[in-house]
Design a protein around this ligand. Structure first.
Ligand code: SF4
Length: 353
């Protein structure tokens, strides 16, 4: 295959976006490079968002040619942009090996949130989600994650304010790259995004949450709880393995103690599956005593999946039960339904042609 990273018959070229902020030093060895060249290139890639070497006008032509022989600036190519009537925009990116990923930007009042993918597909295979229908294909590199932000920034009329790892993939299944991408996104010499504006949404295996305690970057964590009962949760999320919500909440609490960042329990609500009063009470029991708010997300229909969004009255009843139990509860409005931006759906439509 010919791609930005592999010209016909040539060697695979690395993408500069994959380098850590302090990893550009190796570029000082390029012909015609000066001691300050790595910093100049890093600024072009992250701060100025250059897409080609031609834009790097303060580098000499021989240096640009030497760079282009073994590097690309970015590895993915934006393929499609789907704009919804409500302002939600889905972005489909073709990766260097032909796979496709999606990111979704969601404007709402003063907030403009970018939903980022961390894997091609997902191994958790939640019954209600398009991303996991074909399992996981591969992990994204840190550069492929950072590029989603660079591209969305370029295309957004309203500045992005929040960044959530809630697209395709389970971030803790690709933690090394996700952590590296967050380091680049938050570093002042990277994209300079405040860590508090970044949320990692995870199924919350206790060991993975403990690993997050080790990272000093104070991003937010959202737990994909969906159901307050372990057996029902395992049935809804087959790739999860054993569910132990009590252990998950305890491990998440350790991270809260280390960072002071509040937790959110995310619940995709499906009619007749997890929208009863009993389910609301189970959720209240699970989060009781933890610094954890609940976010109810009425299911966004996905082609070919046999679920129904919950009736507004059921959401109201759940909110009331949770609130009476002292749990801060929010409801996310469904967005982008006219262009089908439910998690993984754009990618799936693209694959199906
Ligand atoms: S909802 Fe999240 S964890 Fe579940 S299959 Fe989709 S991407 Fe994976």
């Amino acid at each position: 295959m010919t791609s930005a990273n592999r010209p016909e018959g040539g060697e695979v070229r690395r993408a500069l976006t994959d380098l850590a902020v302090d990893g550009f030093g190796e570029l000082a060895a390029l012909p015609d490079a000066k001691s300050f060249t790595p910093t100049q290139i890093r600024d072009w890639v992250f701060a100025k968002g250059a897409r080609s070497f031609d834009e790097m006008t303060n580098l000499s032509k021989p240096l640009r040619a030497a760079l282009a022989a073994s590097w690309t600036v970015r590895s993915g190519t934006l393929e499609k942009r789907h704009a919804s009537k409500d302002g939600t925009v889905g972005l489909l990116t073709r990766l260097h090996d032909g796979h496709v990923i999606e990111s979704v930007s969601i404007p709402e009042g003063d907030r403009h949130t970018l939903c980022i993918s961390s894997q091609v597909g997902c191994a958790v295979a939640c019954a209600f989600c398009a991303s996991g229908l074909d399992g996981v294909i591969r992990n994204l590199s840190s550069g492929e994650i950072v590029e989603q932000v660079l591209v969305a920034r370029e295309l957004s009329e309203q500045p992005l304010t929040n960044y959530v790892f809630m697209g395709s993939g389970e971030p803790t299944h690709n933690w090394k790259a996700v952590e590296a991408s967050i380091a680049t996104l938050t570093h002042p010499d990277g994209l300079g995004i405040g860590a508090r504006r970044i949320t990692v949404s995870t199924i919350g295996h206790p060991a993975a949450l403990r690993k997050m305690v080790e990272t000093e970057i104070p991003f937010n964590v959202a737990l994909s709880v969906h159901v307050g009962d372990d057996a029902e949760r395992e049935a809804l999320m087959p790739g999860l393995g054993t569910s132990d919500l009590a252990a998950t909440l305890a491990a998440a609490r350790e991270r809260f103690d280390a960072t002071g960042r509040r937790l959110t329990a995310e619940v995709v609500v499906l009619a007749g599956v997890n929208d009863t009063d009993r389910h609301a009470r189970l959720l209240a029991d699970v989060v009781a005593g933890h610094p954890c708010a609940v976010n109810l997300i009425p299911w966004n229909p996905v082609d070919g999946l046999d679920f129904t969004p919950p009736a507004p009255a059921r959401i109201d009843a759940m909110v009331e039960i949770l609130t009476r139990a002292g749990v801060t509860t929010t409801v996310r409005r469904p967005r982008g339904q006219d262009v089908g931006v439910a998690c993984g759906q754009l990618r799936r439509r693209e694959l199906r042609g």
